[in-house]
Design a protein around this ligand. Structure first.
Ligand code: NZQ
Ligand code: ZN
Length: 387
């Protein structure tokens, strides 16, 4: 196991009705900006409920943060936050609202002489403070509610990039599984697959004898395989939703990734696919991951065998057969959740591989994977195999 430092200060308020605890989490005299997306929280009544819980406090609102939140939209909120001297942000929605709010938080405090896009260009390295933020999560998927990452898109240039900063870690997150009952099947599936792949990207590398991290990861994978399909047929099964919600948070809050090698190549290749073709985040992962596992099966040999045995119960046949079986079972799971696993099935004329590779190069993504050996040539092979 490698050395690590782990600090996850987000307070989690988990379970039915926990929105009622919201008021106590916020400073009484704060000027609070509530941020939300395209209207699901208006339709579900959650926004009205939150207004009620926080009645009498200084509240401002900014709606319209889109999936794959854009710099162009978010800059409107940055202007508002600066003008109104907002000193607390409350994100209500899915990963896009949370990520967008993290950007608003950092950008509002950023050197006014700089365009806040610089935060993405420097991966958050120069963020020195941010407006404190909290979250009410409505879509279990990204782990954004308990981590320091955010992914922002700049439409004008076709860029989708991430940044990290401890300053944007949510102070608290309300996780009420009931709030996920209204999710469309497509978003349920996206969330389960995203969380599954976050887990794999911290697990399917090479062994470092990190038994706790491995077994936590396997527990999350098994839970998602067991509960994911149930959420599609029983949308109001509380226990199913609760297990999925907690799995998604645990999949990317630092715990399973501490002290182990990681491989975020699937995400990096996927972000370019969203930027170019507009695919949902999880759709991009579902097409890239099986192709990547196939391409890297030698480097990942030992962990693929462990994954085959412990997650898919594949114990007989040759090692290569078991690895084939595990990759096929993974693809089949995504398909059962309703995600297509080949680019050609998403209705595009061609993959635009030259553009994808040019953007990877521009973003410095030329040495990906746990060994840093996924260069542009390998990325090209993976995109081709994903077609
Ligand atoms: O915008 P509204 O109207 O709220 O509707 C949203 C949106 O259309 C809807 N939705 C959310 N909760 C709902 C609901 N509809 C009905 N009932 C509810 N309870 O779902 C749609 C998708 O929402 P979005 O927030 O975009 O989805 P998700 O949570 O999957 O977030 C995806 C974004 O997170 C980034 C992705 O790149 C993408 O931009 N990621 C962030 C990460 C992080 N911060 O650590 C890591 C991830 O790997 C990921 O890259
Ligand atoms: Zn993801």
């Amino acid at each position: 196991m490698h050395n690590f430092t782990l600090h996850t200060p987000t307070k989690i308020l988990f379970g039915k009705g926990q929105v009622a605890q919201l008021r106590e989490q916020l400073p009484t005299d704060a000027r609070i900006l509530i941020t939300y997306g395209g209207g699901s929280v208006v339709r579900s009544g959650l926004l009205a409920q939150i207004r009620g819980e926080l009645a009498g406090m200084s509240l401002f609102e900014f709606g319209g943060i889109e999936p794959n939140p854009t710099y162009e939209t978010l800059m409107g909120a940055v202007t508002l936050a600066r003008a109104e001297q907002i000193d607390f942000l409350l994100a209500v929605g899915g990963g896009s609202v949370l990520d967008g709010t993290k950007f608003i938080a950092a950008a509002a405090h950023y050197d006014p002489a700089r365009d806040p896009w610089h935060i993405l260009e420097t991966v958050g390295g120069e963020v020195a403070s941010a407006i404190p933020l909290g979250a009410v999560l409505t879509l279990p998927a990204t782990g954004s509610e308990m981590n320091m990452g955010a992914v922002i898109t700049r439409k004008s240039s076709g860029d989708k990039q991430h940044f990290f900063s401890p300053f944007v870690m949510p102070r608290f997150a309300v996780l009420d599984p009931v709030l996920t009952y209204t999710l469309p099947a497509r978003q349920v599936a996206n969330g389960v697959v995203d969380a599954f792949i976050h887990t794999l990207e911290q697990y399917l590398t090479y062994p470092v004898n990190a038994k706790v991290q491995d077994r936590f990861a396997e527990g999350l994978l098994l839970t998602l395989v067991e509960e994911g399909p149930k959420a599609l047929v029983e949308p109001e099964n509380y226990d199913v939703r609760a297990n999925i919600m907690w799995s998604a948070t645990m999949a990317l809050n630092g715990l399973i990734g501490a002290g182990v090698p990681q491989d975020w190549a699937t995400h990096m290749l996927g972000h370019e696919l969203t930027a170019l073709h507009g695919l949902d985040h999880a759709q991009t992962l579902a097409v890239v991951l099986p192709a990547l596992l196939q391409a890297k099966r030698e480097q990942k040999h030992a962990k693929l065998l462990q994954y085959a045995e412990r997650v898919w119960d594949l114990r007989s046949g040759s090692e290569e057969d078991r690895i084939d079986g595990a990759i096929a079972a993974t693809r089949d799971f995504f398909e059962r959740m309703g995600l297509k696993t080949r680019l050609r099935d998403y209705g595009m004329a061609d993959a635009g591989i030259d553009t994808l590779l040019a953007k990877l190069a521009e973003h410095g993504m030329t040495a990906l994977g746990e060994h840093g050996d996924i260069d542009l040539v390998q990325s090209q092979h993976i995109y081709e195999a994903a077609w």
